[in-house]
Design a protein around this ligand. Structure first.
Ligand code: COA
Length: 260
């Protein structure tokens, strides 16, 4: 066992499973630009490492991931170059040849929910939920969620989640086919880790080939969707509607949440 704390990401290799923990609990595991870069590097290296048969992704504390650090958005505005690490992370995730299992211990918001669409197996705690409040924030969905979400759950449900920004509770996510299993929080990690270990024990080339084939039919469409969404997203980051919503989120009082 090898534990390497890496900024706000902790990686640990347990036999042939790489565990990655998002650890920024003061901000409910928001991902800042430095963390996106590191995550991209970790995923690329894991995908190239023949000794790693599966990746387990989890969040520390009460949340899985609360999305992009809103402070970064406010600091960087619509400076496209600044957000390169975000794209690098998502590309590393959706191109990762090694299967990725997510253990969703709490809220998965924004890109924290989007990334689940690119994971191979998703285990969710009973209290967890997926939330994509992009429109509420004056933004639009990203990283092929406008393609993948309606394919998975149908257009009416995807519109509820992406247009109205309604959170999707774990049980509903299970019914809709967005997660594989819902379990109590105290058994979540064990269940997800056991799935990762089972994947890692299977013939590696067969697993990688099957993962590639499962995705190859939509791969080109995913690239096109990401390009279109990124263009639109960057445009919206420069608007007053987004700035006002982001400031309102950061400045709200705990009893008066602006973003739900
Ligand atoms: N970026 C920066 N800070 C964040 C954050 C984010 N994405 N998500 C949460 N935080 C901060 C909050 O501002 C708060 O900071 P404070 O203690 O200084 O006030 C702290 O983390 C705790 O968050 P809070 O909202 O008070 O916790 P909660 O338990 O009521 O709700 C969430 C947790 C995850 C449901 C809620 O924080 C949330 O929805 N965050 C997502 C923000 C967002 O819209 N992300 C998408 C960006 S595209």
């Amino acid at each position: 066992m090898n534990t390497v704390p890496s900024g706000e990401l902790v990686t640990e290799q347990i036999e042939d499973v790489l565990r990655i923990e998002i650890s920024n609990p003061e901000r409910m595991n928001a991902l800042d630009l430095g963390m996106f870069s590191e995550l991209a590097e970790i995923l690329r290296a894991a995908g190239d490492n023949p000794e790693i048969g599966a990746i387990l992704l989890q969040g520390r504390g009460e949340s899985f991931c609360s999305g992009n650090d809103v402070n970064d958005f406010l600091d960087r505005g619509d400076d496209r170059e600044a957000y390169r690490p975000v794209g690098e992370f998502m590309r590393a995730l959706y191109e990762c040849p090694t299967p990725v299992v997510a253990a969703v211990n709490g809220p998965a918001v924004g890109i924290g929910a989007t990334m689940l669409l690119h994971c191979d197996l998703v285990y969710a705690a009973e209290e967890s939920f997926l939330h994509m409040p992009f429109v509420t924030l004056g933004l639009c969905p990203e990283f092929a969620s406008t393609l993948l979400l309606p394919r998975r759950i149908g257009l009416p449900r995807a519109s509820l989640a992406l247009l109205l920004g309604e959170p999707i509770g774990a049980e509903r996510a299970l019914q809709w086919g967005l997660v594989n299993t819902v379990c109590p929080l105290d058994s979540l990690l064990q269940e997800a880790a056991s799935a990762a270990a089972r994947l890692a024990a299977l013939p590696r080339e067969a697993v990688r080939t099957t993962k590639r084939l499962l995705r190859s039919q939509v791969a080109a469409k995913v690239d096109t969707a990401i390009r279109e969404e990124s263009e639109a997203f960057m445009g919206l980051l420069g608007t007053a509607a987004f700035r006002d919503a982001a400031l309102a989120f950061l400045e709200r009082s705990p009893d008066d949440p602006t973003v739900e």
